[in-house]
Design a protein around this ligand. Structure first.
Ligand SMILES: [Zn+2]
Length: 271
């Protein structure tokens, strides 16, 4: 199969930073240096935006990701910004190959002589001037990207300490203003690997513990972003009631934070 699936989809269906970085890599391979034959925005919502006309004749300069945000940068200072939220997906296909989802679910189709790059079900898709990608409040407010070539640990700690100290560490790790790229699966897995209870308030988590969590998350996420596959079975995520692989205690699961995302943890070896 020449199309690709993101490295993993969490049970709740939300792609995390590794999936988006992997998509950026695949999209870049298809678009950089290629002639852009056509750009289509099939949804009525985008029909008046005239993207095909505005982007006609422009090549793609770069494709990159920051956390869960993906950017396709065109010549002439125009950038397509996308965030997949819960159910969206990017895919890259050879011309003529079947897409993984129904064509009516496509929001954006970019064609080159060899490939079709498709965004499905993507609720955030906007064309912006490069100057705006630098100053857009939501984007400028993003925390350091855990999958950046060099992760800025100091910036992460600074932002974590500026956050509400009574919030749980599990919730704070999902806040993209503290740290960009971590979603529900990697949050649970990294807290387990670092032996930190995700329900502990941020004020009771030391700097070295917070760094241990992100240092546990980064290598497997980088590997998944590179390969497109998650190498290991989750240790706790999705394993409610099953025996902890470390100590045998049944794994617990409960909704956490304002968004009530299910968090998984071992009540005995994470304290
Ligand atoms: Zn355990």
């Amino acid at each position: 199969m020449a199309s690709f699936a993101p490295p993993h989809r969490t049970l709740e269906g939300m792609p995390e930073g590794d999936a988006i970085h992997h998509a950026a890599k695949r999209i870049g391979e298809a678009l950089l240096g290629a002639e852009i034959e056509s750009i289509e925005t099939p949804k009525p919502r985008h029909r008046l935006d005239r993207w095909p006309e505005r982007l006609a004749g422009r090549g793609v300069r770069a494709v990159d990701a920051h956390g869960k945000h993906l950017f396709i940068r065109f010549e002439g200072e125009l950038t397509l910004h996308s965030h997949l939220r819960m159910g969206g997906r990017w895919s890259v296909h050879r011309r003529g190959e079947r897409w993984g989802r129904a064509p009516r679910r496509a929001w954006l189709v970019i064609r080159t002589p060899a490939h079709e790059v498709v965004q499905f079900d993507g609720p955030v898709l906007e064309l912006m001037a490069d100057s705006r990608t630098r100053f857009d409040q939501a984007l400028a407010g993003l925390g350091p990207d855990l999958l950046a070539p060099r992760f800025d640990e100091d910036a992460f700690l600074r932002r974590l300490r500026e956050d509400d100290p009574t919030r749980t560490i599990g919730e704070a790790l999902l806040d993209q203003r503290n740290l960009a790229g971590v979603g529900n699966l990697w949050k649970a897995e990294a807290c387990f690997a670092a032996r930190v209870d995700p329900w502990r308030p941020v004020r009771d988590v030391s700097d070295s513990e917070a760094l241990r969590i992100v240092r546990e998350a980064r290598p497997p996420m980088l590997e998944a972003a590179r390969s497109g596959f998650q190498a290991r079975e989750p240790a706790v995520y999705g394993r409610r009631g099953l025996a902890c692989r470390r100590c045998g205690t049944p794994i617990r699961a409960r909704g956490q934070g304002d968004d009530n995302r299910t968090t998984y943890w071992c009540p005995s070896c994470q304290s």
